[in-house]
Write a protein that binds this ligand. Structure first.
Ligand SMILES: [Zn+2]
Ligand SMILES: [Zn+2]
Length: 437
């Protein structure tokens, strides 16, 4: 397409795209972003940021959906193999990933925070003609949501901000958040206090809802409240032929639950979503299954609708447990509410887009139509009297988000960097790249 906007600094653009490909080739699941944390923290330190990692970033008990100890240990070993120094891994041990970088401007002023998510998904990437040089090197893990791009944008922005310190008012916090997928990480950063006293807060996403490069949407609505639950049925194992009546079949209970849950969901008139995305049950063909593990999520266009659906599923698990003579437990593995962007910051977004020649491609009332962990941060900032805004950055995709062939047009990355720069650096009418980059 013929886009009016062009990022003028070819060197920086090259670096941003190179960073994105580096992150893409080295994807890490939520709470195991050890290598990514290290790479980002080193770069921020070099650019003069005050940097926090490890237990300084996330509150221990507010972390949700932590992987098993076995997975955590395996990922820590991989980080060491990939060159992360032992002392750094030691500081993050147990899944304390994420980075906070703080830059203080030369002038006094407000506190601003901007958030980039870091985690990948449990998907086996398909190698194509396009991604040959940067296809995932970690089996079964893939950046299929664009968070690799978000991290690269964060680093590109960090560089521009540090070069323009004299034009920055107050303090800027760059938040590199672990475990966005499944809405598991934001709360622990909020509860650690990193969003306290923030006056302006920004975040955004690549490509959601819009496939046209240059189009920017301010999401004012459509953030769905969501709860992620692990439902575990516990039964009794028995010989499948010799004494099946002695067993209590957890697998059958889980199957019964799934069918009943979808039956109920299909009758829902409310604007809700439900999905059972994973099941793991039993241990062998001739054994009555004594355990079944389900990953379930509910969503609602408002918080109450989500809670009603979630509570219905909990009651359903209860009655099905009773029917099959098994027990069950429900573990909340993620949670987020609904949110919205503030009109004042949406207007700032329009001004930023307009200054890039993209004013006519800016949508001031876009619908997100999914859930975003960042809403927990937005709500916290807004509840304290600050303002928040979230933007979607259009770009061409090779496949939908969370698909094994997901990829995007990387031209969107420098555009995002410059858009965010316009929001954060108060320097009128001059291109940022002309300052020593
Ligand atoms: Zn995603
Ligand atoms: Zn995402």
């Amino acid at each position: 397409m013929n886009l009016k906007y062009k990022f003028a600094d070819e060197n920086l653009k090259h670096k941003i795209i190179e960073d994105r490909r580096m992150f893409h080739a080295n994807p890490e699941l939520g709470w195991t972003e050890y290598w990514s944390t290290w790479m980002i923290s080193e770069r921020l330190k070099k650019s003069g940021y005050e940097v926090y990692i490890g237990r300084d970033v996330c509150d221990r008990i507010s972390r949700m959906g932590i992987p098993t100890n076995e997975v955590i240990k395996q990922c820590e070993r991989r980080a060491l193999e990939k060159g992360v120094p032992e002392s750094i891994v030691e500081g993050m041990r147990g899944g304390y990933t994420g980075v906070i970088g703080i830059l203080r401007g030369e002038k006094s002023g407000k506190k601003t925070a901007i958030r980039f998510d870091m985690d990948a998904l449990p998907i086996q990437e398909v190698q194509t003609d396009i991604n040959t040089s940067y296809c995932s090197q970690n089996t079964g893990v893939m950046h299929a949501c664009g968070h690799d791009g978000h991290m690269a944008v964060g680093l590109g922005l960090a560089e521009i901000l540090s070069q323009n310190r004299e034009y920055i008012e107050g303090e800027i916090r760059l938040i590199f958040q672990p475990a966005e997928e499944g809405c598991r990480g934001a709360k622990s950063i909020v509860n650690k206090g990193w969003l306290d006293g923030i006056d302006e807060f920004y975040s955004g996403h690549i490509g959601i809802g819009c496939r046209e490069l240059g189009r920017i949407g301010a999401c004012t609505r459509g953030f769905m409240a969501s709860t992620k639950m692990d439902i575990i049925f516990h039964g009794v194992a028995a010989h499948a032929a010799n004494a099946p009546e002695e067993g209590r079949n957890a697998l059958l209970a889980a199957a019964d639950f799934i069918v009943a849950a979808y039956d109920y969901y299909q009758q829902c008139s409310e604007n809700v979503r439900m999905n059972v995305g994973r099941i793991h049950a039993g241990s062998g063909r001739n054994i009555i299954a004594d355990k079944a593990f389900l990953e379930v999520e509910t969503r609602g266009i408002d918080g109450d609708a989500n809670i009603r659906l979630k509570e219905k599923l909990c009651r359903l698990a209860e009655s099905i447990s009773e029917k099959h003579g098994v027990t069950h437990e429900v573990v909340v593995a993620g949670d987020v509410g609904t949110g919205k962007s503030d009109p004042e910051l949406v207007k700032c977004g329009y001004d930023a887009a307009n200054s890039l020649g993209l004013g006519d491609m800016f949508e001031s009332d876009a619908v997100f139509n999914a859930s975003e962990d960042v809403v927990t941060m937005m709500n916290h900032v807004q509840n304290q009297g600050g303002k928040a805004a979230y933007f979607m950055f259009g770009t061409e995709l090779t496949a939908e988000h969370h698909h094994p062939q997901f990829d995007f047009n990387e031209e969107v990355l420098p555009l995002m960097v410059e858009f965010y720069s316009k929001l954060l650096v108060k320097k009128p009418n001059k291109p940022y790249h002309s300052f020593g980059l």
